[in-house]
Design a protein around this ligand. Structure first.
Ligand code: NAP
Length: 247
């Protein structure tokens, strides 16, 4: 499969989880892929796995980092704002710093990535934000994450209106609980705070997916590949649930 030959893709948070799966699949589909994140080691480990993958250290919450990253890259065809993080606490015990951290990485990071990406996007370009089912419905104990992900869906819908009629699109992917390091961190938090076993915590999370099982990164990647493939130019401003149900 080489339908992305000659296309240049940027994937934030490409050193692990969903972003790493996307990076390999997009490289295998023929794209030149730049992955970014804060830690150099996982990015370089991914870059060793395929010659078309290049690693760049950049923090999505830093305007200077994101501006410099896209300046270095020049023109791009595919921008995937995937970097994110999830911390949990009851709202009454959520510190302002935690609220701000969640908004910074999950919402402002997407804003900066899409804004800089749009400036450098060639005709036929595709912008994708990895939101979450937490952008479509509420989950207990993750109000800042949910608020940020709802914000991402709103941002995508607004930008879609601005760019409709141009030969570029923007869409949000909304996976349910997905088997990645982020999920393992959520399991560890539940274990620490409730005394449940890791097996019980994982079973609880997967039971909230309409699938009744965890989503695999490859299922999210397949949706992104479809949005970047031929004949997807009329899909714009959508928040696509990848959970086995509506959200
Ligand atoms: P992950 O493996 O933890 O990936 C998150 C990536 O984001 C990491 O590579 C991390 O790298 C990067 N990142 C975090 N903060 C960053 C920052 N400030 N600047 C740049 N990069 C940053 O988890 P994942 O599950 O694949 O998450 C990918 C996306 O999917 C996230 O937006 C997440 O909210 C979303 N999502 C996940 C699930 C799930 O159940 N796993 C469900 C729905 C949506 P560094 O730490 O090196 O920066």
């Amino acid at each position: 499969m080489s339908h992305l030959k000659g296309r240049r893709a940027v994937i934030t948070g490409g050193g692990s989880g969903i972003g790493a799966d996307m990076a390999l699949a997009f490289a295998e589909a023929g794209a030149e892929v730049t992955i970014s994140g804060r830690r150099r080691e996982p990015l370089e480990a991914m870059a060793k796995r395929h010659p078309a993958i290049t690693a760049e250290v950049a923090d999505v919450t830093s305007e200077a980092d994101m501006t410099a990253l896209f300046e270095r890259l020049g023109e791009v065809d595919i921008v995937i704002a995937n970097a994110g993080a999830a911390e949990s606490a009851p709202l009454a015990r959520t510190e302002l710093e935690q609220w701000q951290r969640m908004l910074d990485v999950n919402l402002t990071g997407v804003f900066l990535t899409l804004r800089e990406g749009l400036k450098h996007l060639r005709d036929g370009g595709r912008l994708i934000a990895v939101a979450s089912t937490a952008g479509l419905k509420g989950y207990a104990y993750v109000a800042p994450y949910c608020a940020a992900k709802h914000g991402v869906v709103g941002l995508v819908r607004a930008l879609a209106q601005e760019i409709a009629g141009r030969d570029v699109t923007v869409n949000a992917l909304c996976p349910g609980f997905t088997e990645t390091p982020l999920l393992e961190a959520s399991v560890a938090t539940i274990v620490a705070k409730t005394g449940q076993s890791p097996k019980q915590a994982r079973a609880h999370l997967q039971s909230t997916n309409p699938t009744g099982r965890l989503i695999q990164p490859a299922e999210v990647t397949a949706t992104a590949l479809w949005l970047c493939g031929p004949h997807s130019g009329a899909i714009n401003g959508q928040a696509i649930s990848i959970s086995g149900g509506e959200a």
